[in-house]
Design a protein around this ligand. Sequence first.
Ligand code: ACM
Ligand code: ZN
Length: 763
Amino acid sequence: MRKTLLLIFTALSLLPCNAQEQGSADIIPMPNKLEVTAGRVLRLGSEVKVSIPKDLNKRKAIVGYLEGRLNDNNIHTRSTTAKKAQLLLVVDNTLQDEAYELTVTPKRAVIKSNAQGAGFFYGVQSFMQLVPAEADAEAAVQCVEIKDAPRFQYRGAMIDVARNFQSKQTVLRFIDLMAAFKMNRLHIHLTDDQGWRIEIKRYPRLTEVGSKRSQTMIGHSDYYYPRRFDGKPQEGFYTQQDIKEMVAYAADRFITIIPEIEMPGHSSAALAAYPQYSCGLGKQYVVRDYMDIFDEVYCPQEQTFEFLQNVLTEVMDLFPSEYIHIGGDECPKKAWKVCPRCQALIKKLNLKDEHELQSWFIHRIERFVNSKGKNIIGWDEILEGGLAPNATVMSWRGEVGGIEAAKMKHKVIMTPGDYCYIDHYQEDPEHAPLAIGSYLPLDSVYAYNPLPESLTPEEQKYIIGTQANLWGEYVQTADYLEYMAYPRLMAMAEVQWTDAEKKDVNNFHKRLKTQFAWLDKKGVHACRNFYEAEFGGAWNNAQNVYEVKLKTLCPDAEIRYALDCADENRFKTYSAPIALDKETELWAAVYVDGKRMGGITHKRFAVNKATGCEYTCSPKAAWENMHEGYALTDGLRGFSKDTRYWTGFNKDTLRIDISLHEATTISRVKLGTLWRTWNAVWPVREVRVMVSDDGNEYRTVACKKPEYDFSLTEATRFPVEVKFEESGARFVRLVILGGGKCHEGHYNAGEPSELALDEIEIY
Ligand code: ACM
Ligand code: ZN
């Protein structure tokens, strides 16, 4: 009788594993110790019996969270005893904070953590990542044994809600997604020149005035000169009640919110509300409607400190965080230099200069914050003029500031732009939606190691963690916020959690493929270039041919492509580099099990007789950011959106000597020249084409003075074409006159302009 009952019980509720079943153990971030029990799975029924100890920190939140996640898979939970539980949480106070153990057998899953609770929360995350995104009652959970703890205690992400406001719901969803990848600090940039986003009861004008602007610039701040504006008023702030909700929501997910109140710079919005705290008393300040660094900053007088301390007091009452971020970055000293009060203060305090005045400012704010039992974080500029005694440094201008601070035994959070600035482009900037610039693809985030080798192991202990920063200048919608954040935050989560020697980028891609299904299920507007084709074109010297290679980050996928054809039905499978002998646009897409998972991407290659040829420039290029030394003949035309693909010169006369692959006949030269007034880049005035058979004797075949539409105020690539009678040539020389002086009406009128070229084409 007992035996029969047991059999029925097992069949109904445990749905025991079949032999040799396989689930996936594609957890992000990679656990630090993971053993997969091959061929074994736990089958969850439509109702999972759960046992959770009574006396846990945040028990209610953990139970609610777990129920919510399982409900997403149509699996319900029922409370039961430890003995009967399929999912059992066990307190083990020998484990350190945030550490957990997860054992899944065909019978049950057991999560161990200390009673502080974070370990349970992270154990639940790992467990839920074992449940296939689309699974329901028949979910097969891979049997595993995990013993896990984070590499860094500070695992952050920053959002900037000052430049463009994001709703409370958007922030809560952002927190929810962070939690799924075991991140534990949300740094929220609440104030800047373009908006003040937190209610301060004592200073109502901060939100009445400071949270509103009349319009916003269109496009990138470098694109248009004069600037263009959308004419649409923008506003938004969080009430103190909103903040309390956000803080509690985050705390339930073991995330601490760190507020940033910027000072002394980036303070236009506050000064629009309370101009008496600026250096220029009586002047009218405005909430800024474009993105830049502004000269209006707080004036360090007694009444300003009283104001800032009152603000910080309300902020500290709202945020239980140990840390308050006080900014400190990008504070121009222009106002202080001409302000009699600032100058008198410098004298009185016997300071060397305005940098020391900034340092004194930050010291003073630190003393106040410390007096309330809290600590400050500041951007690495707070090192200049002397670091405040207890400050934690957020190193953003590379790692230099972080290294210096760690050597001084200060805590450091590493956020160098080259790895952590997820406001940069993550896919081909030519076709990507607008970002601030630069390029930070998924794998570059993944490659980051926040512990510099130049520090001793003892000094490295001061690096408490790292953080991805999502500045908001161009982040105007919630969907775009997610597009910029995902999947790069998953790479960052692994940088933060997983020991360096356990990281493996190919394995990360495999796991990302599994977890992307969960992002899709949650409706996350992630960037899909993981599932798209990337084009790499280069001259192959050995074969004497221009080749394009296609690749995708997604493992076990098929790439299909076509030349000069966007119709996916005519795509064929890519298997080897594609040789091009003329201008061609490639179109491609990525397929998993025959299904297209991302968009169709395309790239135009301007292959011509100059492509892949060596050249020399005299004088040498002043700037080249991509394809250094061959950018002008790399087969890719620069585009107006981004200057990094261009070769820049700061002399007005220029000679470029191109050595063709072979003696040939030519009759046309094309040259791209940039018009981008904000950067003082003017197009060429004259192009002279000369040819030679031996590289010594040159003769002029054509000279052109191009005409341009200078009424355009948008950054523009002007193609210049010089035609001439067919001539034999082995060498081609271009003698170029730059744009001359910046025109009347320009901010730099009368000063020399710069020149930017790309690409040189010869036909
Ligand atoms: C910063 O990116 N200005 C800290
Ligand atoms: Zn002043």
